[in-house]
Design a protein around this ligand. Sequence first.
Ligand SMILES: [Zn+2]
Length: 152
Amino acid sequence: MPDDGCVFCAIARGRSEASVVFEDEWVIAFMDLMPVTPGHLLVIPKAHAEGLEDLREDVGVRVWTVAHRLGRALRLSGLRCEGVNLFLADGEAAFQEVFHVHLHVFPRFKGDPFRIEADWQVRERHLLDETAAAVRGGITALGAAGGSGPRT
Ligand SMILES: [Zn+2]
C-alpha cells in the first residue's frame, strides 16, 4: 500500500524528482541524494514496505538481483570503483532514516570517506554456538509465516 508521506513512494510513482538508473515493474534504482561516493545508488521496492518485516520475499529477491547487477555495472561505469558495498539498514537502531526499505549500492576506493566503527573481535565457540541457538529459535518463531526462506 503506498504511503502518501513517504519520499521514496513519491519517487517510485514519478511524483518526485530522482536520477533514475533502472526501473521495472517491481523496483526502481536511483542516485542517493547524499552520496557517500559518486555512484551511490539506492534500490527500492516500488510497493511501500517499511522494513524487512513487511517486505515480500519475492520482491526482496528482485531488489537484491537489481543491486547485484548495479554493483557490477558500477565497476564498468568509468566512475572510481575499486570495490562495492551493499548496505541495508533495518530499523532506527541500525541507522535507517527513510522508512521505506532501500538497499544502498555504492563504489568504494582507497581513502574514501565511508567508515563503520565496530568492536571486531574473534569470539569463543561456545558463545557463537549460544548465539546460533538464539537465531535458530528466531527462525522457528517465523513458522509458516516466515515464507520461503533458505532450506537447511
Ligand atoms: Zn514508501
